[in-house]
Design a protein around this ligand. Structure first.
Ligand code: GLN
Length: 498
């Protein structure tokens, strides 16, 4: 490797996780140097981007010092993520560090326990840099629904970073963190990754433990990595994956070698383009960029085929019934009694519930609780929830058939470029419709990777999405890495204003 010793913070923050790992292993860099560089970077950039809700400044340095001591004394070997400071979406609980879910109702909540993913990161020697902004309880596609402040897109501050993991995506894109965790219920890792020009992976349902992920829709939620490259995403996925007795939905199967899977060949791989995804409503710039990427894969020996996902048009309706039904019951626990905001105007029990919830939840969360309660209510259950479940089965079957003809599916992540701040927030239905390409992977439980395939002349990233059969993450990461190599994109300058 032929680069200067990375002494200055700007240089340290430019390094990939894979490079930082080598520097830590060779003792060229200490955990403290890396942590200090990122803290300085956050101090200088985050006032504009507002990716973080909390930064663990003091504890981070203490932990980094302790880590360096154990590395120097030989008490600890460097694992994949040892000494790497990572950002964590603020709906993943961190013991002793405030976890708000972007909601006023949990503004002061300090969890007494650690999410399994965080425990696994820590066990490997990773450090938790801070907690990132999100749409309240992960409900939204722009991070404007945060109960605290909106996050901005580092490529264009007038645009949204996507959502709901907008803080994680923006932090990684703005080089305020080398990698992050997000959660994806209907696209919340992949869509912000596409909007911010980073790599985001939603694992197979069951691949990563959700113990300590604050539940939105339990049959859809997954935690996954956001990073600057397929390799860095693979390294994070490697550490957080695997069976967890604390999450009965986590899969009892060994964790494959995701980092090793990057080395394989893609020749002969069948790449399927779903016909329904290239119909009206898709920005022609995105269509052109995705088709160019398909042509590059063809040039390196993949076979590009067309596939059908005939039930795509029913996906948004099914998703917004199932997700909101589950959300309405998951959010019943915020009643002002055991944790979270309790109204100061308390009276009878029901009044206390009502006032606490009314003051604590934002408009979008209230809207969703009402819709979710409605679709589950006697008399409407059959017409909505039950029918949505049947549509879900049809969507799953669409994928099973498509994966007989193709090894990997490829298409847009979102139908448009990142929205302008304030543009979509007044029209929830329009915002819901923009999730058309992402929600189906959650309904089917299959893995998906979003990565960048072009930039507009104005320097705004254009994303694409790769989907694979259950537990096919390794192959998706390999294709994403081949695209990185073959497309040879030159990153435009970040828009950090004057
Ligand atoms: N945008 C989708 C929604 O609002 C997805 C959110 C998510 O994946 N958490 O529900």
């Amino acid at each position: 490797m032929n680069h200067e010793p990375p002494g200055r913070p700007s240089e340290i923050c430019d390094l990939s996780i894979a490079q930082l790992h080598r520097e830590i292993k060779n003792r060229q860099l200490s955990s403290v140097e890396i942590a200090e560089a990122y803290l300085r970077r956050i101090r200088s950039r985050d006032p504009k981007i507002q990716a973080f809700i909390s930064v663990r400044a003091d504890t981070l340095l203490e932990e980094a010092r302790a880590l360096d001591r154990s590395l120097v004394s030989g008490k600890r070997e460097a694992g994949l993520l040892t000494g790497i400071p990572l950002a964590v979406k603020d709906n993943i609980v961190t013991q002793g560090t405030r976890t708000t879910c972007g909601s006023r109702i949990l503004e002061h909540y300090v969890p007494p326990y650690e999410a399994t993913v965080v425990a696994r990161l820590r066990a490997d020697g990773a450090l938790i840099l801070g907690k990132t902004n999100l749409d309240e309880f992960a409900m939204g596609s722009t991070t404007e629904n945060s109960g605290f402040f909106p996050t901005r897109n580092p490529w264009d501050l007038n645009r949204v970073p996507g959502g709901s993991s907008g803080g994680s995506a923006a932090a990684v894109a703005a080089l305020e963190a080398p990698g992050a965790l997000g959660s994806d219920t209907g696209g919340s890792i992949r869509q912000p990754a596409a909007f911010c020009g980073v790599v985001g992976l939603k694992p197979t349902y069951g691949r990563v433990s959700r113990y300590g992920l604050v539940a939105f829709a339990s049959s859809l939620d997954q935690i996954g990595p956001l990073a600057r490259s397929a390799r860095d995403a693979a390294m994070i996925l490697q550490v957080v994956s695997g069976y967890d007795p604390m999450d009965s939905t986590s899969a009892r199967r060994p964790v494959e070698d995701f980092v090793g899977a990057l080395e394989g060949d893609v020749r002969g791989l069948r790449i399927g383009l779903p016909a329904e995804w290239f119909s009206s409503g898709l920005d022609p710039r995105i269509e052109a960029a995705v088709r160019r990427a398909a042509a590059r894969l063809e040039a390196v020996g993949c076979e590009v085929v067309e596939v059908d996902l005939p039930h795509t048009e029913f996906a948004i309706a099914a998703y917004y019934i199932i997700a909101l039904a589950e959300a309405s019951s998951n959010l019943a626990r915020y009643d002002g009694m055991r944790y979270g905001h309790r109204s100061s105007s308390i009276g009878a029990l029901e009044e206390t519930y009502r006032n606490s919830r009314n003051e604590g939840f934002g408009d979008e969360v209230k809207r969703r609780i009402m819709i979710g309660t409605y679709v589950l209510s006697a008399g409407y259950y059959d017409a909505y929830y039950l029918k949505a479940g049947k549509v879900r089965t049809l969507i799953k079957e669409d994928y099973f058939r498509a994966f007989e003809r193709a090894d990997v599916l490829m298409g847009p992540t979102a139908p448009s470029l990142p929205f302008l701040q304030g543009d979509k927030i007044a029209d929830p239905l329009e915002m819901y419709l923009s999730d058309v390409y992402t929600v189906t992977a959650n309904l089917a439980g299959i893995p998906g990777v979003a990565t960048t395939c072009a930039y507009t002349p104005e320097g705004v990233p254009i994303g694409l999405q790769l989907l694979g059969p259950h537990f096919g993450e390794g192959r998706l990461l390999r294709v994403a890495q081949v695209l990185e190599q073959e497309l040879g994109l030159v990153k435009p300058a970040l828009s950090l204003g004057a």
